[in-house]
Design a binder for this molecule. Structure first.
Ligand code: HEC
Ligand code: HEC
Length: 306
C-alpha cells in the first residue's frame, strides 16, 4: 500500500464515520434490530437489513477509495515503455503498439454476427402477437363484410348509430349536432356556411394543394347555389350550378380525385384523410372503418338531416 491509497482509506473512514453518525442521529437502528442471526465459527452475527445496507455502503466506500488511490499512484509513478512512432503532434507522441489480437477478433466476430443477424437471423417471419392480432382482425372483418353484404337500410342505420356513438360522438355529439360548432353538424346543412365556402374557398380535406379556390360564383348566383346545395339538391337547379358540377358532379355526388361529395356530407374523403376544422383536426379513420361500416355511417348520418 502506498501513501496515496492510505490517504484515500483515511478519507473513506471519515466519510463512513460521518454517515454512521448521521444515521444514528436519525434514530435508525443499525445494530439493535437483531431478528435474524448468522453464526460462523461460533461467532453470532446479527442480520438486519439496515446492517446489511450499512456493510454494503462501507464496502463500496473502501473499494472506491482503494481503486482510486491505486490509479492516482500509478499515474504519478508509472513510466511508459515501448517504441515511439516517428510522428509527433505538438509534442504529443504515440507508441507503436500492435493491435491487440483479442480486440481484433472480437471486432471481426461481432461484424460477422451482425451481418448474419441482420440478414438471416432476425425473426422477420416468426410468430408475433401483433401479427396474430392483425390476422384475427382481418379474418373477422372479412366475415363481418360477408355477413352484412346485403344488409337492409334499417340494419345499416342501427349499425351506423352504434359505430357513431363509439367512434364519432365524442366530437360530433351524441345527437350528431357537432357540439356547438366543434365538429360538423349533421342535423342541418347551413346555407351560410356553404356561401362562405363559395366566397372564400376551402382547404381542409387534404385535397390537392390549395384546396378549392373561392369566388367561382358571386352575388345572387352564389346565394341560389348555396341554398340549393344546403337543401340537399332539392327544387330547381340554379343555372350557375354548372360551374360547380364539373368538380362536384351533376348531383353533388362528388368526383373521384377532383371534388368531394357536397350533396349531404362527404364521408369518403373525410374518413380516408381527415378534415381540418375550426377547433382542430378530425383524424383519418382509413384503416379503422370497413366498407360496410362506412356505408352504415353514411346511412345514419344522412338520416340525421332528413
Ligand atoms: C377528434 C374529433 C373528431 C372525431 C373523433 C370524428 N370527427 Fe368528424 N369531424 C371533426 C371535425 C373537426 C370536422 C370538420 C368540421 C368543420 O368543417 O368545421 C369533422 C367533419 C366530419 C365530416 C364532414 C365532411 C364534410 O366535409 O362534409 C364527416 C362526414 C365526419 N366528420 C364524419 C365522422 C365520422 C363518421 C366519425 C367517426 C368514425 C368522425 N367524424 C369522428 C372531428 C371529429
Ligand atoms: C376546380 C374544382 C372545383 C370547383 C369548380 C368547385 N369546387 Fe367545391 N371543392 C373542390 C375541392 C377540391 C374541395 C375540397 C377542398 C378542401 O380540401 O377542403 C371543394 C370543397 C367544397 C365544399 C366543402 C365540402 C366539404 O365536405 O367540406 C363545398 C360546400 C363546395 N366545394 C361547394 C362548391 C360550389 C357550390 C361550387 C360552385 C360554385 C364549387 N364547390 C366549385 C373543388 C371544386
Amino acid at each position: 500500500m502506498n501513501t496515496v491509497t492510505i490517504k484515500f482509506l483515511a478519507f473513506s473512514a471519515i466519510l463512513m464515520t460521518a454517515t454512521i453518525s448521521v444515521v444514528m442521529s436519525l434514530d435508525i437502528e443499525i445494530f439493535e434490530d437483531t431478528t435474524n442471526t448468522l453464526t460462523i465459527f461460533g461467532i453470532v452475527i446479527p442480520l438486519s437489513i439496515n446492517m446489511l445496507t450499512m456493510a454494503g455502503a462501507i464496502a463500496i466506500a473502501v473499494i472506491t477509495s482503494m481503486v482510486t488511490g491505486k490509479y492516482i499512484h500509478q499515474m504519478k509513478t508509472d513510466t511508459a515503455t515501448g517504441k515511439l512512432a516517428e510522428e509527433s503532434w505538438d509534442g504529443i507522441g504515440e507508441y507503436k503498439n500492435e493491435l491487440p489480437s483479442g480486440w481484433a477478433y472480437t471486432f471481426l466476430g461481432l461484424f460477422i454476427w451482425s451481418m448474419w443477424y441482420g440478414f438471416i437471423g432476425y425473426p422477420i417471419n416468426a410468430y408475433s402477437q401483433i401479427g396474430e392480432y392483425n390476422e384475427e382482425v382481418l379474418a373477422y372483418n372479412k366475415k363481418f363484410e360477408h355477413k352484412h353484404k346485403n344488409a337492409d337500410e334499417e340494419t345499416l342505420k342501427k349499425m351506423g348509430e352504434s359505430i357513431f356513438s363509439v367512434q364519432c360522438s365524442q366530437c360530433h355529439g351524441e345527437k350528431g349536432d357537432g357540439l356547438s360548432g366543434r365538429a360538423e353538424d349533421f342535423t342541418q346543412k347551413s346555407t351560410e356556411s356553404i356561401l362562405k365556402i363559395i366566397n372564400e374557398g376551402q382547404n381542409a380535406l387534404h385535397s390537392f394543394p390549395g384546396g378549392m379556390p373561392g369566388g367561382m360564383a358571386s352575388g345572387q348566383d352564389a346565394e341560389d347555389i348555396a341554398k340549393y346545395v344546403a337543401s340537399g339538391f332539392k327544387g330547381t337547379e340554379p343555372p350557375m350550378y354548372a360551374v360547380c358540377g364539373g368538380c362536384h358532379g351533376a348531383n353533388g355526388e362528388g368526383v373521384e380525385m377532383v371534388g368531394p361529395r357536397i350533396n349531404g356530407f362527404d364521408m369518403k374523403n373525410t374518413l380516408a384523410k381527415g378534415k381540418k376544422g375550426l377547433i382542430g383536426e378530425m383524424p383519418a379513420f382509413n384503416t379503422l372503418i370497413t366498407p360496410i361500416q362506412e356505408k352504415a355511417l353514411t346511412v345514419y348520418i344522412q338520416s340525421l338531416s332528413n
